[in-house]
Ligand binder design. Structure first.
Ligand code: NAP
Length: 320
């Protein structure tokens, strides 16, 4: 039996960490450039799109495609050209004195690579209520662009008071009958222009000083209402709605990189040029470095760019 605690001693050209749109697109490009990439897939193979239903805005699918199917297609396309995938949660990455990377996984295994692409995405922050995880895709989501169009002429709610919450709420007014904006304080954190726009929209009804204490479901297990708790008076009330959009921020999955990268105040990796980071040979692509666009197609675009840059880096270091 293999000793999990000893290094593999196989020097990979390129290890891609993460299997969302950025990771698989990087793999497709790197594999077609004969780099024989290895992907390390964490505990959410396929990334955020596996938690959504129909994707209507990914170019090339005029009738839409289900999120999980899109990711399976990307995986098949990456494997077709020789990408290998291992399921291992990365806990740390270090650059050695010789210039390669040691990548340690949860089970103590150490992988070695000449270049690394980090495409670990960002996880939406949740309230932490007991049935929250089970309700994702059943009336609870963190992506208005993905799921807003499914809730036409029905009441929905957005939780949060930042730019994301205001942006999502405004977008949702195209479809929903009413958009409740549930915020734990009585002033929005969002930039003035975004806040003003949201508050001026007659379809958006702010619910101040309040939090969602409970999600209530119907007989099909889908969200039908929430229990609101007023944080000033302690009063509880029920609010009927069909979907809750949780917009209380994202947590980029970059904690395991230590000092190898610089991060902005929200924890997103700072790219120095293109998808390069401050560490030579370490590239970052997709939502782990992008808090602005956060779309499947922009993540795929960065995945492509990171593979081209990694290919150039490796060729400058003698890998052809
Ligand atoms: P954010 O600015 O951190 O706002 C998070 C919001 O969620 C805050 O209002 C916060 O309340 C609330 N919140 C946090 N934890 C909560 C909890 N446990 N329960 C209830 N509410 C909670 O996050 P964001 O809106 O996602 O924005 C992230 C960054 O991206 C920001 O820099 C933002 O400017 C930027 N962004 C820009 C645009 C744009 O310019 N188009 C769009 C989206 C995002 P408090 O206010 O009480 O802390």
């Amino acid at each position: 039996m293999a000793d999990l605690f000893s290094p593999t001693h196989i020097m990979e050209n390129l290890i891609i960490i993460g299997t969302g749109c950025a990771g698989f697109t990087a793999a497709i490009y790197a594999a077609r450039a004969n780099l024989k990439p290895l992907i390390l897939a964490g505990n959410m193979p396929g990334g955020q799109l596996t938690t959504t239903t129909e994707v209507e805005n990914f170019p090339g699918f005029p009738k839409g495609i289900m999120g999980p199917e899109l990711m399976m297609n990307m995986q098949a396309q990456a494997e077709r050209f020789g990408t290998r995938i291992e399921y291992a949660m990365v806990t740390s990455v270090a650059k050695t004195a010789e210039g390669h990377f040691d990548i340690t996984t949860e089970d103590g295994k150490v992988y070695q690579a000449k270049a690394v692409i980090v495409a670990t995405g960002a996880s939406p922050r949740h309230l932490g209520l007991p049935n929250e995880k089970q309700l994702i895709g059943r009336g609870l989501t963190s992506c208005a662009t993905c799921d807003g169009a499914f809730y036409r002429n029905v009441p929905v709610a957005v939780i949060g008071g930042g730019d994301s919450a205001c942006e999502e709420a405004n977008f949702l007014t195209k479809f929903a009958s009413t958009v409740y904006l549930i915020h734990r304080r009585d002033t929005l954190r969002a930039s003035k222009i975004m806040a003003d726009r949201a508050l001026a929209n007659p379809k958006i009804k702010p619910v101040w000083n309040s939090t969602v204490a409970e999600y209530l479901t119907d007989e099909k297990g889908e969200v039908r209402a929430v229990t609101l708790e007023n944080l000033v008076t302690g009063e509880k009330s029920e609010l009927d709605l069909k979907c809750v959009f949780v917009a209380i921020g994202h947590v980029p999955n970059a904690q395991f990189l230590g000092d190898l990268v610089d991060k902005d105040e929200n924890g997103y990796i700072i790219q120095t040029k293109g998808t390069r980071t401050k560490t030579e040979g370490l590239f970052a692509a997709g939502d782990v470095a992008d808090h602005v666009y956060r779309q499947a197609i922009t993540a795929a675009g960065q995945g492509c760019a990171s593979a081209l840059e990694a290919e150039r880096y490796l060729s400058e270091h003698g890998v052809h």
